[in-house]
Design a protein around this ligand. Structure first.
Ligand SMILES: [Zn+2]
Length: 112
């Protein structure tokens, strides 16, 4: 099922849920929702998450690797390791897996 992202038509008037935008899983075949489910104020659909994921598969990977690099730069080795590890499993990237193992070691953790 697609996930749609919404923002309030008037951002000054949104409730805590919709003021900064929110996501809704959308049943196929139904029109996009026109009002916030919490406060009922008018909202508009921004993007369809499904389309974005297909178009930006490489972009997502790049963002994860940027995040890993940020953790490494900050010396947050266990964070970097876990993120690299989970993304390596998802993307089947063996280089990333080695990077995860390296970061586990720097964190003082035993990767096995
Ligand atoms: Zn609202």
């Amino acid at each position: 099922m697609p996930i749609y992202e919404y923002e309030p038509v008037n951002q000054e008037q949104g409730c805590p849920r919709c003021r900064h935008g929110f996501e809704l899983i959308h049943p196929a075949g139904e029109p996009p929702c026109a009002a916030c489910p919490d406060c009922g104020r008018p909202v508009r659909k921004i993007i369809s998450r499904v389309g974005v994921v297909i178009k930006q598969a490489d972009g997502e990977s790049g963002r994860v690797i940027d995040k890993i690099r940020t953790y490494e730069n900050d010396g947050m080795w266990s964070h970097a390791a876990e993120l690299a590890d989970s993304h390596a499993a998802k993307s089947k990237d063996s280089g990333l897996k080695e990077r995860a193992m390296d970061n586990y070691k720097k964190a003082g953790m035993d990767p096995s």
